[in-house]
Design a protein around this ligand. Structure first.
Ligand SMILES: [Zn+2]
Ligand SMILES: [Zn+2]
Length: 257
């Protein structure tokens, strides 16, 4: 069944409703619904009841039609969604044969510095996922969103970076139970293998990136937080020693092996 076609037909039928209503009124008029006749063809009360039914019932049928159609559209949308996210393994609990090595974006936040995903969850360089929506979950759970995500292709992560310029690209190994999707993975635990540093300063975009600096940011949930970025020697000048970290110090602080 083509839902869009059914919807179009229903809308066309609604447009016909006023014409139909006028035709029925005219018919009722000629049958004598609005005049006192001695011996009417159809009794007046029956005509009036018929009119009431028409006025009340037909719109109700349209409303019911739209509710059913809306439900069917939702179901179809969900079905398409699950198809899009379709797992590549028939049994998700078969451990994937291919090695799970991927790429993703992370912010570097807080003091001491730590990784924070785009969803706002912080993690260490070697960490096991936990679930925010259900503490009884051991991520990843099929019907949930929990677990560590990563792209298979470096280019996908790189493209996402253009949309999130404050982030860093990282390489990750994923372990434990893992779901393999068309473009990436979702897994139980994760080890950050490499932090990619931009060549240019994240502020002026002119000079080479040299040193990490931390700035106070107003966050998503009005909770202020520290964000680390890498600046050139000029842009980092005004920062005090406690807000600066050399690249090697940052790698050590993040515990990337
Ligand atoms: Zn979960
Ligand atoms: Zn700069």
């Amino acid at each position: 069944m083509n839902l869009a076609r059914v919807k179009r037909r229903l809308i066309k039928a609604i447009r016909l409703y006023p014409i139909l209503a006028l035709a029925i009124l005219a018919l009722a008029y000629f049958l004598g619904a609005f005049t006192e006749q001695e011996d009417p063809l159809v009794p007046q009360s029956a005509l009036i009841t018929g009119l009431y039914l028409f006025v009340g019932l037909v719109p109700l049928l349209f409303i019911i039609g739209f509710i059913i159609l809306g439900g069917a559209t939702d179901r179809e949308f969900k079905r398409m969604g699950s198809k899009r996210e379709k797992l590549l393994t028939s049994d998700p609990f078969l451990l994937p044969k291919e090695e799970m090595f991927g790429y993703k974006l992370a912010l570097i936040t807080d003091r001491p510095p730590t990784f924070t995903g785009l969803t706002g969850d912080s993690y260490r360089a070697d960490d096991t996922a936990s679930c925010d929506s259900d503490p009884s979950h051991i991520p990843p759970v099929l019907d949930c969103e929990c677990g560590f995500y990563a792209y298979k292709e470096f280019d996908d992560a790189k493209f996402e970076l253009t949309l999130n310029p404050g982030c860093f690209l990282i390489d990750v190994d994923l372990f434990g139970i893992g779901f393999i999707y068309k473009r990436g993975f979702r897994a139980e635990s994760q080890v950050v293998k490499k932090l990619h540093l931009p060549k240019r300063c994240m502020r002026c975009h002119i000079f080479p990136a040299k040193v990490f600096v931390s700035k106070y940011k107003l966050g998503y949930s009005s909770m202020p937080w520290w964000q680390w970025q890498i600046y050139c020697q000029f842009c980092s000048r005004g920062f005090k020693a406690e807000h600066r970290l050399e690249i090697a110090e940052m790698i050590k602080a993040l515990a990337i092996k």
